[in-house]
Design a protein around this ligand. Structure first.
Ligand code: AMP
Ligand code: ZN
Length: 115
């Protein structure tokens, strides 16, 4: 793991977080600065810089990440009214933490398109 990666430190517990889900491949936690009533980040345990850096080796993990997100959305009661997944990528995408993460946003109506 890159020793300066914030989300690797959250996975290891070096930096505290509010855990939502953990298994051998996937970790999920509450976003510290929520943009919606429900705002959860779902990340691979393996350090992958961004979605563009994922390779064929990561295929199963990426599939699992989406299915874990679906389970969390269901458990948090988001499925009925709807919700949004976001993967910010690179500078134009607004990515600020360079460990791949899927945002789950829900609990209110969300605007479109993004600013
Ligand atoms: P992005 O802009 O897509 O890279 O998203 C990074 C997200 O990480 C933002 O929504 C931040 O609020 C969130 N974040 C940053 N630091 C922490 C932290 N220590 N614990 C939880 N979420 C964090
Ligand atoms: Zn990392």
């Amino acid at each position: 793991m890159p020793k300066d990666c914030l989300f690797c430190k959250i996975i290891s517990g070096e930096i505290p977080s509010t855990e939502v889900y953990r298994d051998e491949e996937i970790f999920a936690f509450e976003d510290i600065n929520p943009a919606a009533p429900t705002h959860i980040l779902v990340i691979p345990i393996k350090h992958i810089q961004d979605i563009s850096s994922a390779t064929i080796e990561d295929q199963e993990t990426m599939g699992k990440l989406l299915l874990v997100a679906n389970k969390i959305a269901e458990d948090k009661g988001l499925t009925k009214d709807g919700f949004r997944y976001v993967i910010n990528t690179g500078a134009y995408g607004g990515q600020t933490v360079f460990h791949l993460h899927l945002h789950i946003l829900g609990g209110r109506s969300l605007g479109w398109p993004p600013g």
